[in-house]
Design a protein around this ligand. Sequence first.
Ligand code: NAD
Length: 337
Amino acid sequence: TATDNTDNTDIQAHMRQLIDALKKNNYAYYVLDAPTLEDSEYDQLRRQLIELEDAYPDLIQPDSPINSVGDQPLSAFTQVTHDVPMLSLGNVFEMDDLRDFMRRVNDRLSAAQQNPEYEMELKLDGLAVSLKYQNGKLVQAVTRGDGQTGEDITQNAKTIRNLPQWLPEASDIDLLEVRGEVLMPKAGFERLNRIASEKGDKVFANPRNAAAGSLRQLDPSIAASRPLAFYAYSVNQGLPDSIDTQSGALAWLVDLGFTVSAVRVLPDLKSAQAYYESMIEERADLPYEIDGMVIKVNSLALQQQLGFLSREPRWATAYKFPAETVMTRLQAIEWQV
Ligand code: NAD
């Protein structure tokens, strides 16, 4: 009917507005490392578009960014195609959502596989990097980019002090791929911004953007001067067959010489929730920023069985913390009481 058409035109116009806003802000965040929106504001725009697309699947636009990862890699760097795509993560915000996530996992598993063990890690707020080691020697470091193709930042990665360039215990592994997060600890970030503002230079919006901006410099001496750190969180090629869990893979990475974040194996939803809540309390005292937890099915065989959606694995999700601005507002209310 005519009314439907009018409605559809409005909905399409609204979708277009949201797509354009998301694309513009993806570019500012992923390519320029200089976002102009708060993450919570960006996430709200994204959720609005997801809701519209769920309600009107016929109107989904071919250039919708909902199922894409990151943005185009910078052309100034050599482009590298990932052997295994580097995806994003789905996210949940409260216990009911986490329960739904675990239910969706169960729905895809056989009766004997129900309620698998989970493992929880900190969701480090930096940028994802893939490292390749040939016979124990670091040969390549690449950013996530758009998930398929990233930027070769090997020279910059080599300046990160806790990122091992030589793994004696992996010298018998032809190709080892380790992924993790490059981040800038809070103290180093504050020092960097203080010095920049004293000099009248541009300051970074947050440690995540400072880490990304530092790693994606053409001159490696700039990255070398920045306080970056690498935290490993997965082995994507070359893991010994004897290791069959995510927690086992992380313990192995520690033995090889990598730094990993706090890891805990959890039997059920209740214990996962308790760990999440305890980390909300501890968050402010950590030396680096985290924006939530990541919960993963611990068995690597089950991970493989569960597989991936276009943008994210089915076997893991981010359990996001409340936005810090909201926390500040809550704290402000407490102060007034
Ligand atoms: P994401 O950061 O929400 O989740 C995926 C990433 O988590 C992975 O790529 C990996 O780098 C990281 N990660 C950290 N710890 C991990 C661990 N232990 N195990 C596995 N992965 C781990 O997804 P995204 O697609 O990189 O970015 C979305 C985020 O970026 C949202 O928070 C959004 O608000 C923000 N963003 C903001 C703007 C803005 O304008 N402010 C624009 C675009 C995106």
